[in-house]
Design a binder for this molecule. Structure first.
Ligand SMILES: Cc1ncc(COP(=O)(O)O)c(C=O)c1O
Length: 393
C-alpha cells in the first residue's frame, strides 16, 4: 500500500505538471540532479576538516563541485556549504560583521530581502543594525546619487545589493568604489539572478567590484535547493569556512552538494543559451501584459525588465493574493508578489509563440473573462507541448 505522504507527493507531482509554473523563486530540476539528490548521500554526513569516515568519493565530488562553481561564476573561491541562500547570507554577514554593525540594503517595501528587515529577521538575530539605501521606486532601482551620499556619510560596515524583486542590474561598480574608500564590504545577494549571472546576461557582481556573491542555487539557476558563496578574497574565504559547522549550520547535506555539481555541469554547457532565452521571454511577456492593460510599468527608460521577473504591481499582498488565487483557478501558478518568473517555463522550452499564448491566458483571466474552460484550453495546450526539461546533460 502506498504511504499516505508518498501518495500526496504523487498527487502534487501530477498537479504541478498540469500547471504553468511562474514562481520566480522556483525551478525544475533535471533527472540527473534528482538522481544525485535521491542517492545514498541523502543519508550521509560530511564535515571539513575531515571528521567522518566513508567519504572518499564524496570528498572528490565536493571538490569538483567547488571547481565547477568557480568556473561558472568566474570566481577564485567557492563555498558550496550553505543549505540555502538565507544561510549563505547569514554565514557571510557573521564573517564580516560584529554585533552592532550597520548593514545597509534595498528597502523591503521595494523588494529588499526580508532577512535584512529591521525586526524579526536574520539581521536582528545577529544583533546587526539594518538600514536602507535611498531607492527610486519608479526606476525600480537604487537612487544611485543619494545612495552614494548615504554611504559616504554613514559608512555602513556592509552594503548588500541584490533583492527579491529584481528587474534591473544594480549599480555595483559605483557602490563598491564608495564602500571600499573606508574599508567596508559589498555583498551581492544574487539569490534570484544566479542563473542569469552564470549565463552572463545580467550583471557580473564580482567583476564589478563586489567582495562576495551569495545566492540560492534553485531560483533562476538549475537547482537543487541550496546556497552558494563566491569570492576572490582568500582571507574572507578562510574566515568564512569556520562559520558553518556548529555556527550557522551543521550537516551541509552532501546529496545536495553532489546535485549542485550536476547542475553546475548543466550550466557550463547550457547556461548562456538558457539565460538569454529567459530574458527574451520575460521582456516579451512584460510587453504583452502591458499592452493588455495589466499593471506592468516600464522604468524611466521605457524598459520593463532585464531579469527573469515580470512585476505585476497590484500594490501589496492583499490584492496580490487575490491575483494568485484567481490565476490558480486556471492552473497558472504565481506568488502574491506578484512576481512572474519566466525561469521554469524557459527551462521547459517556451518560445515567443508560447509566451504569446501565456500572455493571452493571463490577460483573459485577470481581465475577468468568465469561462475558465476557454483559458484552461490554452493552459492545457502549453502543458502538453512542453512535457520535458531542456538544457540538461
Ligand atoms: C534576495 C533573497 N535572498 C535570500 C533568499 C533566501 O534564499 P533561500 O530560500 O535559498 O534560503 C531569498 C529567498 O527568496 C531572496 O529572495
Amino acid at each position: 500500500m502506498l504511504d499516505k505522504v508518498l501518495d500526496l507527493v504523487q498527487k502534487h507531482e501530477a498537479y504541478r505538471s498540469s500547471c504553468v509554473n511562474l514562481i520566480a523563486s522556483e525551478n525544475v530540476v533535471s533527472d540527473q540532479v534528482k538522481r544525485a539528490l535521491g542517492s545514498d548521500l541523502a543519508g550521509r554526513y560530511v564535515a571539513y576538516p575531515k571528521f567522518y569516515g566513508g567519504t572518499r568519493f564524496m570528498d572528490e565530488a565536493w571538490s569538483l563541485t567547488e571547481e565547477r562553481a568557480c568556473r561558472v561564476f568566474r570566481a577564485k573561491y567557492a563555498s558550496v556549504n550553505p543549505i540555502g541562500g538565507h544561510i549563505a547570507l547569514m554565514a557571510t554577514l557573521t564573517t564580516l560583521c560584529r554585533p552592532g554593525a550597520t548593514v545597509a540594503s534595498i528597502p523591503p517595501e521595494y523588494g529588499g530581502y526580508g532577512g535584512l528587515a529591521r525586526e524579526h529577521s536574520m539581521a536582528s538575530m545577529l544583533g546587526l543594525r539594518a538600514d536602507y539605501l535611498p531607492y527610486d521606486g519608479e526606476g525600480y532601482n537604487l537612487n544611485t546619487e543619494k545612495s552614494l551620499e548615504y554611504i559616504a556619510q554613514n559608512k555602513p560596515k556592509v552594503v548588500v545589493l541584490g533583492s527579491s524583486v529584481i528587474l534591473f542590474p544594480q549599480p555595483v561598480r559605483e557602490v563598491a568604489e564608495e564602500v571600499h574608500r573606508y574599508g567596508g564590504s559589498l555583498v551581492y545577494d544574487g539569490s534570484h539572478v544566479m542563473g542569469l549571472i552564470a549565463g552572463g546576461v545580467f550583471q557580473d557582481p564580482l567583476r564589478e567590484g563586489a567582495d562576495v556573491l551569495v545566492g540560492s542555487t534553485h531560483k533562476s539557476f538549475f537547482g537543487p535547493q541550496g546556497g552558494l558563496i563566491l569570492s576572490n578574497d582568500s582571507e574572507f574565504m578562510a574566515k568564512l569556512s569556520s562559520n558553518f559547522l556548529h555556527v550557522t549550520q551543521d550537516n551541509p547535506h552532501p546529496n545536495r552538494v553532489a546535485a549542485l555539481g550536476v547542475a553546475l555541469a548543466e550550466a557550463e554547457k547550457w547556461g548562456a543559451q538558457y539565460a538569454s532565452r529567459v530574458v527574451l521571454n520575460s521582456k516579451r511577456l512584460a510587453k504583452l501584459l502591458f499592452e493588455e492593460g495589466l499593471p506592468v510599468t516600464p522604468n524611466t527608460r521605457g524598459d520593463f525588465t532585464q531579469s527573469h521577473q515580470v512585476f505585476l504591481n497590484y500594490g501589496g499582498w492583499e490584492k496580490g493574493s487575490d491575483v494568485r488565487d484567481k490565476l490558480e483557478e486556471v492552473r497558472i501558478i504565481v506568488d502574491a508578489g506578484v512576481r512572474v518568473g519566466l525561469n521554469e517555463v524557459t527551462r521547459r522550452g517556451y518560445d515567443e509563440v508560447d509566451i504569446e499564448s501565456l500572455a493571452h491566458a493571463i490577460a483573459l483571466k485577470l481581465k475577468g473573462h468568465e469561462a475558465n474552460t476557454d483559458i484552461l484550453k490554452i493552459v492545457d495546450e502549453l502543458v502538453e507541448k512542453h512535457p520535458r526539461i531542456h538544457y540538461t546533460l
